[in-house]
Design a binder for this molecule. Structure first.
Ligand SMILES: [Cu+2]
Length: 141
């Protein structure tokens, strides 16, 4: 008798879990259509600042990764998000600035000294983070 009840409870838990996974997948598709789940990128991804461009100008990283900009040029430059999410201030030759990305999305940035210098960081969800998407999407700060 109690064995039967236990089995029935287990079946309900499994069914609910399966439903939750399907719901998460639908949610992911709805929000991130065109933004594939990807394998993890390194924890720190380097972008070189040259006179007068970012190299590479567009990079894709996974959630939680940091981007490190290093000024290899002769002149001072900045990395400044369009939405001011980060701003390195003037980086003189040889100096670096690192920003960690904890929200998925596309982030445009410029050098505030030479606004024609433009770059883009695309932050995507890592495959293993997929099931934690509700936490990722929860409002931060
Ligand atoms: Cu510059």
């Amino acid at each position: 008798m109690s064995h039967t009840i236990w089995r029935s409870t287990l079946a309900k838990v499994l069914a609910t879990s399966a439903l939750a996974v399907v719901a998460l997948f639908v949610l992911y598709q709805a929000i991130y259509a065109g933004s594939p789940i990807r394998a993890a990128t390194p924890d720190v991804v380097d972008v070189a600042i040259e006179d007068f461009l970012f190299s590479p100008s567009t990079i894709t990283v996974t959630l939680g990764a940091a981007v490190r900009w290093t000024n290899n040029g002769f002149f001072a430059h900045t990395t400044t998000a369009q939405d001011l999410l980060w701003d390195s201030g003037a980086l003189t030759s040889g100096n670096s600035f690192t920003h960690t990305f904890n929200q998925p999305g596309t982030f445009d940035y410029v050098c505030s000294i030479h606004p024609e210098m433009q770059g883009k960081v695309i932050v995507e969800v890592e495959a293993t983070d997929f099931l934690f998407l509700p936490l990722v999407l929860a409002p931060q700060e």
